[in-house]
Design a protein around this ligand. Sequence first.
Ligand code: NAP
Length: 253
Amino acid sequence: MTPAEIAAFAPPADHLAGRVILVTGATKGIGRALALGLGQHGATVILSGRSVKKLEKVYDELIAAGCPTPAMLPLDLENALATHYDAVAEAIGHEFGRLDGLVHNASLLLTRSPISHYDVPTWCRLLQVNLTATFALTQVCLPLLEKSTDASVIMTSSGVAQRGRAYWGAYAVSKAGIENLAEVLADEYESNPCIRFNTLNPGAVRTDMRALAYPAEDALQLKTPAEILGAYLWLLGPASRGHSGGRYHCQVG
Ligand code: NAP
């Protein structure tokens, strides 16, 4: 399929039936829309986020939309310790016995500034949430992903990953890091056709994070999270089997 066909992918409603997919940052923005979109295509979604109250709201939305009953997995990626990650893997293993999809969507942007003035604690927080937590969660989930016959891991990237841009500091570095992490994993699992690792760049999308980065732009000109889900659905479903180590885009052209 061409990049444009992948971005416009519109599968039938049972496309992800029977699959168990974990989405981080499922409380708002792209993560919330993705959770709903996956549920509406038959997946059992494990909703992860740092606020139980917000997770419950999305949980209720999935139930109201007639999706398979989701699960909730509270996890603060900024403060999670090894024991928390172990507990996550144990809970998923106990409930489902495997994992068919893992979408690393949660991310922080915080303030943008030149490196000469970049605040060190901000740097550490961003790398922790955007990069180190992605590594740690992937690591504990690998045994569960290995139990799936067709597992897909997505790292959510950004336009600043490929080429660093002034003032994007730790955010740009963290996104470049997860692109590399996905490639390392794809290479390590090259001989296992049952697991794929790819990165996906949503492009400009109407969310709180985008508004923080571009406060002066007209957000109504941007696509909504629900309008950019085609490539996610492709990467998480059977059609992308065998495609690993790639860099994909939700918006093409
Ligand atoms: P968003 O609306 O700001 O949502 C970010 C999500 O990450 C929220 O669910 C947030 O939870 C969660 N999160 C933040 N810190 C967390 C922590 N410590 N532990 C757990 N969850 C945490 O952002 P978005 O625009 O939807 O972005 C989604 C992904 O797309 C990100 O990876 C972002 O880098 C990427 N992206 C977005 C755009 C765009 O234009 N929007 C462009 C390129 C890439 P809370 O609800 O608790 O805050």
